[in-house]
Design a protein around this ligand. Structure first.
Ligand code: SAM
Ligand code: SF4
Length: 330
């Protein structure tokens, strides 16, 4: 019998699962995808029923937080039915990471379906630059999406910005100002070497969290907090605003020792670490055992032994992980 708590070899309890619901996306962000991507054939992709079954079993094994991601989760057809199903599992936290483009139409229904929190990616407030960085995106659609999300009454909304030197580092204070005006949080992310990209040299573009914080300290009074949202971000507050500023720093600050999460790709590959290839094929177990969940729970429990102690990203721009972020599930 599998126990109802997932623990790895280093004593870390895993109670947070990120489920990728698609590898597809309506954007082609320069740090995430190649311009010309080939997406997975349908039979390799988990059905929504299979994803829901995974979610139920992870919850039975002690998972308390689920995040849906991708690719762009909101381009998956019938995503609301999955959100409704997972929304009914009694999770402490249920979140989604999205590029925001479909939120004008979907924000309200997502909230009603039980989604609690949203992370919305936003790297630029300049329409032309936004188009360049996403290759296909329309800024106004995302801004409308952010407003729709605010009106829908989510428990928390956070903006995510990947900062790249020479591409959008001049917008750091402007993005914080925008978050303050909208009454949402914002997190700055160091670019990670996932998948081979051609548009810039990651080594040269890396803008560390320390550098971002230095730039911000010229404009805002940032006070470190010990707040923890159950993720790798470290948070700062400003005395004159409720907006929190977070930093995710896989290069400059290693967060592995408190890692409580695993990821499942849309092919059903359980990834034990963002920065390593250790994985287990859960799709095979799901499809070989359509009527019994016990083998699936055994497989998930055993996979915890594969979770490595830490990731080994280097900051010189070398690609260490060949899968793109849209495959990994950000
Ligand atoms: N499409 C959704 C979105 O953009 O929010 C969800 C998936 S996306 C892969 C999740 C997050 O990963 C986004 O905030 C994106 O900016 C970030 N991301 C993508 N590629 C990255 C990379 N190479 N390094 C760091 N962050 C990356
Ligand atoms: Fe799509 Fe998100 Fe990747 Fe951008 S970061 S290409 S929006 S999956």
């Amino acid at each position: 019998m599998a126990s109802n708590r997932l623990t790895d070899r280093f004593g870390r309890t895993v109670d947070y699962v990120r489920l990728s619901v698609t590898d597809r996306c309506d954007f082609r962000c320069v740090y995430c995808m190649a311009e010309d991507m080939t997406f997975l054939p349908r039979q390799q992709v988990l059905t929504l029923e299979e994803i829901a079954r995974l979610a139920r079993n992870f919850v039975a094994l002690g998972t308390r937080k689920i995040r849906l991601t991708g690719g762009e989760p909101l381009v998956r057809r019938d995503i609301l039915s999955l959100v409704r199903e997972i929304g009914g599992l009694g999770l402490r936290d249920f979140a989604m990471t999205t590029n925001g483009s479909q939120l004008p139409a979907l924000a309200d229904d997502l909230r009603k379906a039980g989604l609690k929190r949203l992370n919305i990616s936003l790297d630029s407030l300049d329409p032309e630059r936004f188009r360049t960085l996403t290759r296909t995106g329309r800024l106004q659609q995302v801004l409308d999406g952010i407003d729709a999300a605010r009106e829908a009454g989510f428990e928390g909304i956070k903006l995510n910005a990947v900062v790249m030197k020479g591409r959008n580092d001049d917008e750091i204070p402007g993005l914080v100002n925008f978050a303050r005006q909208k009454g949402v949080d914002i997190t700055f992310i160091e670019e990670m070497p996932l998948g081979e990209i051609s548009e810039h040299d990651r080594g040269l573009a890396l803008c560390t969290s320390d550098e971002v914080r230095q730039i911000l300290s010229r404009h805002y009074d940032l006070v470190a907090t010990t707040e923890d949202s159950g993720g790798p971000a470290r948070y700062y507050r400003m005395p004159d605003s409720d907006t929190r500023v977070g930093f995710i720093s896989p290069h400059s600050h290693n967060f592995c020792s408190t890692c409580n999460r695993v990821r499942v790709t849309v092919e059903g590959r359980l990834l034990l670490c963002l920065g390593n290839e250790h994985s287990m094929d859960l799709r095979r177990v799901l499809r070989a055992n359509p009527t019994s969940d016990e083998p699936l729970r055994e497989a998930i429990t055993q996979a915890m032994d594969l979770k490595p102690e830490r990731h080994h990203f280097s900051s010189n721009g070398d690609v260490q992980i060949l899968r793109f972020m849209n495959m990994t599930g950000g």
